[in-house]
Design a protein around this ligand. Structure first.
Ligand code: SF4
Length: 346
């Protein structure tokens, strides 16, 4: 399909890493942020893939550390007037769509996502227009404009259930943007899915042969895989699931150790969930490896302490998320459908 972005050719201008801070500077910024959160009636809503010190600070200050579905829910129901979203831009946009009355700040608006970048709204709209008989389901990792074009938004934690539901109604699906998750969902449900060809730069880098070698080195370890990973990696998994589901699997599986194929930021909460188990990062090195990310999203890594303090200090132009009311109203409909569907599964 000519409208697809050729992911293999896509070039992502990786952002600079935040300046590294010494222990005194970190302590200074942590205290400054705590004071600003109180002063601004703000709360930190952080993703599992942010750095451990950001997740710890979110927990310490009454915020949340979660997957994108729970981040959206938490932000919408929390009484704070300001949400400081530590994650990537689509997460800030989702928070603003669901909580228009709140001030939504991000440490940096340059924190992108390869799935979002790889699914430009105008091209995607043309693709959808070319297949008017299909229900459009987009992953949460998309811009507000792409969500506005969709019938449903979905996260990886409920993707299989939603597609099963739509398939049972006889609906044919357009899935975007992640090709690996789309393929996984198609295999699990047997649904008729036409898939956009985006990919996550982190999960796309896990290497099969190196993972097989690692399994041989740690025969007692279970392999946990996020379904944004390539098929050959999913085939080696003992458990496949969203970030929250992988944390639960680490807790529930009897194995003493886990090899984990997702962003290593997850280790903070996974280790809390099973403190006695050893956790290993699945290999990103091996034949054909570029290791551009080495299992840590470069955009998630932009959420440093200094940037959080700057966002809360009130420089609105560079930190505040804006979504036009017209776009917000359109994007809210598929998001609300997702939230209601997720509720119905509980
Ligand atoms: S880890 Fe992948 S899917 Fe998640 S924000 Fe980074 S690029 Fe996007």
């Amino acid at each position: 399909m000519s409208v697809f972005i050729d992911f293999d050719q896509a070039v992502y201008p990786f952002p600079p890493k935040p300046a590294s801070l010494d222990a005194d500077q970190k302590a200074f910024y942590r205290e400054r942020i705590k004071a600003l959160l109180v002063e601004k009636n703000a709360v930190i809503v952080a993703h599992y893939y942010t750095d451990p010190e950001i997740q710890a600070l979110a927990e310490e200050t009454g915020g949340c550390v979660a997957d994108s579905l729970e981040m959206a829910r938490f932000g919408a129901r929390h009484h704070a007037s300001t949400l400081l979203v530590a994650g990537v831009r689509f997460m800030g946009e989702t928070a603003k769509i669901l909580s228009p009355e709140k001030n939504v700040l991000m440490p940096t608006l340059d924190a992108q996502c390869s799935l979002d970048i790889g699914c430009p709204d105008e091209e995607f709209a043309r693709f959808c227009d070319a297949h008017p008989d299909r229900t459009v389901v987009v992953y949460a990792n998309t811009s507000a404009a792409v969500k506005a074009r969709a019938d449903w938004v979905v996260t990886s934690s409920i993707a299989v259930e939603l597609i099963e539901h739509l398939d049972s109604l006889g609906e044919k699906i357009i899935w975007a943007p992640d090709k690996h998750l789309g393929r996984y969902v198609q295999q699990q449900t047997g649904a008729d899915i036409l898939c956009w060809q985006g990919a996550c730069i982190v999960h796309d880098e896990f290497k099969t042969q190196s993972l097989e070698k690692m399994k041989a080195m740690y025969p007692d370890a279970a392999v946990l895989v996020h379904p944004e990973s390539p098929q050959a990696i999913v085939d080696l998994a003992d458990a496949v699931g969203s970030t929250s589901q992988l944390i639960k699997a680490a807790q529930n599986l009897p194995n003493p150790s886990m090899i984990v194929a997702t962003d290593k930021g997850i280790f903070y909460k996974m280790q809390q969930a099973c403190p006695d188990k050893a956790l290993y990062i699945a290999p990103t090195a091996g034949e054909g490896a570029t290791c551009r990310t080495c299992a840590h999203c470069p955009w998630m890594a932009m959420n440093g302490l200094q940037a959080i303090a700057a966002a809360l200090e009130g420089d609105d132009v560079t930190h505040q998320i804006h979504v036009s009311e017209q776009l917000r109203e359109k994007a809210m409909q598929p998001l609300n459908k997702m939230l209601k569907f997720a509720e119905s599964l509980k």
